[in-house]
Every structure is written in C-alpha cells, then in structure tokens.
Design a protein around this ligand. Structure first.
Ligand code: GN1
Ligand code: MG
Length: 365
C-alpha cells in the first residue's frame, strides 16, 4: 500500500538519523522491495526501504545476516587500511530507541542505510567494467569465506533448482488463473521440462558431496554493484539474499544480466544474445579473486552456471505468470510471459556457447 509523504517522514524520524527530513523520493527499479532516497535538511542522505515481508518472512533473521555481513566486511576494509569505508560497505542506521536496524510499523517493515553519494549503478557494462565486477563479486565471496558466524537462509532454498522446478510443476498442475489453456504456454512448459534434469545437476553434486555451499550474494544483477565516477568498484549492494549457496549463483546471475545484449524483459527476442566478451572479462576477474578457494569442480562448472541462471529465472518468471503474477512486480499483464520468453532465448544463446566458455576457462591459469 502506498504511504503518504507525511507517513514516510515520520517513519524516517523513528531511526537515529541526523537532522530533519526534507524529501523522500522513489529510487531504483527493484522487483521486490520499495526503495526511496531520503534527503535531510543538512547534507545527510539516506536510503529508506520497505522490506517485502511476504517474501522475506523472517525480517529479524534478514537484518541479522546483513549486520553480520556488513560488520565483517567493514573489519576487513579497516584492517587493510582502506580509505572512505562508508563508500565501500553499506551502513544501516539503528532505531532511535533500540539497537535494531529495522522498524515494524503496523504490518510493514522498514530500514534505513546511508546513501552513497557520487556512486553509479548501470544496467549494462563494457568488458572493462565486467572484469572489475568479476574481481569485486569474487572478492565479496573471498572476504566472507572466513565468516565464523553462520548465516540463515533468508529465503530457504532460494537458488535450489529442484525446488524451483517443483514450484513450476505445482503451478502448472493448479493452473489457478487458467493460463495453461494457451498453446504457447503449454509449449514453454514442455521446453523447460526437457532441460530440468540437466539443470538440477548442482543439487545432485551437493548431495554427493562434490560441491560445497559458501556465503554468496545471490542477487548479483549488474545493477547491484556501485561504481564511482572514475569507474572503480565501490561496493556491492542489495544484501537481502546473502546466504549459503553455490558459487554458481553469483557467477551466473551477473552474466544473466550483464552478458545479455538486451534487458531481462526485452519483448523482441531477436535482440537477445549472450556476449562472450562480457563473459570472458567477468570470468577472468572472478577467477583472480576466488582462485584461493575455488575447487576444480566449481571452476569447471562455471559454463553450466552461465546457463543455469537464465534457465532458473525463466522457470521463476514462468511460474509466477501461471500463478497469476503474485511474486514479481509487473508493469503490464503479460510482463512475466515476456520475461520468460526473454530468459529462454538467453538460455539458448548461453547453451550454444558452453564449448567456447570451457576453452576460455581452460586457457586461464
Ligand atoms: C528480484 O528485487 P530485485 O530486482 O533485486 C529477485 C531476484 C531475481 C530478480 C530478477 C528476492 O531481485 O532473485 O533474479 O528479481 N529477488 C528475489 O530481476 O526474489
Ligand atoms: Mg534484490
């Protein structure tokens, strides 16, 4: 439900912010939470977010994870003697009357972090930025590898392909809004089902004990990385889904957005291709940062990861379409179907390039 400006102002006032609120404006284009930029009467600026608690059902666990992760990253930056630390890791503001970093107001949950000025996010990157992003997301995982406090799963089994596959099957069987009567929808369902076994390989390897889980970001969309005006990576944002997962999550989801020649919801699928220059640059940076811990099994399956994420996203968008659009924000009635077609096209493109991906990875030290 939309809140009035006055209500938003009073929510901000419940946190230990500096000064008085001057304005609250919508910010960004996330599909789950609502985000606002807050300007105070002094120089202070903040990011206010309404957390979607229907999706993140345990907000206490969510904010606990984020506090643990940001504190750990902050300690690493401090011990490395880095400057401008508040531009390199997010800082959440506690409530004015409690150390909690979120507010429960009626049935809504809110949090505030410090806005990082002169920082930019992009919907597309060139190979040079892709290399830096690979280094930065790899470093994010490497920096969290020695975290001794266990993190909970903020969305249990978030990137578990077997679960996503099951959820799609359940949606198809229930067909709550009658969308399965469309022949195109039935054809998409068959197409996706044909790849399901192949794409569920990570879960099988995990059960066999050949693939570990590590702390991953799990939402490495290209626009979740901030750069400064000179193109240096500042920090990784949107930490809601930081949790134990396979490294494929971070590798695959970045390429799903960055190596795509079109947006994730491009209606004209002829415009969608998988950019190998972006793949190569990202892979090089990622491997440089993660070679300290990456196992041969993880490394040799990176091309699989590049295919898995467009596939998983297609399954998730498609299940949401069949369920009547209850999860992702949509801008028009067929949006989730358009997104599904776009992700399937990207999946096919990535799949056709796995040979080239493998040879490139083998050519790196
Ligand atoms: C959601 O809200 P946003 O845009 O950061 C989703 C991701 C999807 C993405 C698709 C918690 O992320 O998993 O990849 O949309 N986040 C959640 O654009 O489901
Ligand atoms: Mg997100």
């Amino acid at each position: 439900m939309m809140k009035s400006q006055e209500e938003l102002f009073s929510i901000v006032g419940r946190f230990a912010v500096k000064g008085h609120v001057r304005s609250v404006e919508p910010l960004g284009n996330g599909l789950i939470n609502d985000t606002f930029k807050v300007c105070m009467d002094g120089d202070e600026q903040y990011v206010l977010q309404r957390i979607n608690h229907l999706i993140f059902t345990d907000v206490d666990l969510l904010q606990h994870n984020i506090e643990v992760v940001t504190a750990h990253l902050r300690r690493k930056l401090e011990s490395a003697g880095e400057a401008d630390i508040d531009r390199k890791v997010l800082r959440f503001i506690p409530l004015s009357d409690s150390p909690k970093t979120y507010l429960k107001d009626g049935d809504a949950y809110w949090r505030i972090s410090v806005f990082i000025p002169d920082a930019y996010t992009y919907e597309t990157v060139d190979p040079e930025f892709s290399y830096y992003a690979g280094k930065a997301f790899g470093r994010f995982e490497a920096d969290l590898a020695d975290l001794d406090e266990p993190l909970g799963e903020t969305i249990p089994d978030f990137h578990n392909m077997e679960l996503r596959d099951r959820q799609l099957k359940e949606a198809i069987a229930a067909d709550p809004v009658g969308r399965m009567s469309d022949p195109e929808v039935r054809e998409i369902a068959e197409y996706l089902a044909a790849y399901s076994h192949q794409m569920c390989k990570a879960e099988r390897m995990y059960r066999e004990g050949t693939l570990p889980k590590r702390i991953c970001h799990c939402d490495t969309k290209v626009n979740n990385m901030m750069f400064d005006a000179d193109g240096n990576v500042l920090c990784v944002i949107d930490l809601d889904t930081v949790m134990p997962s396979f490294v494929f999550s971070d590798f695959g989801d970045f390429l799903r957005t960055a190596a795509n020649t079109a947006p994730e919801d491009e209606p004209d699928t002829d415009k969608i291709a998988f950019r190998m220059d972006i793949f190569k640059a990202f892979a090089k940076g990622y491997i440089e940062s993660t070679s300290v811990f990456l196992t041969p099994v993880e490394r040799e399956n990176l091309p699989y990861a590049a295919c898995l994420f467009p596939y998983m996203q297609a399954v998730r968008f498609f299940a949401d379409y069949i369920n009547g659009d209850t999860y992702y924000k949509i801008k028009y009635p067929e949006h989730n179907l358009v997104r599904t077609r776009a992700q399937i096209k990207l999946f096919k493109e990535a799949l056709s390039k796995t040979g080239e991906m493998k040879s490139y990875l083998d050519s790196l030290d």
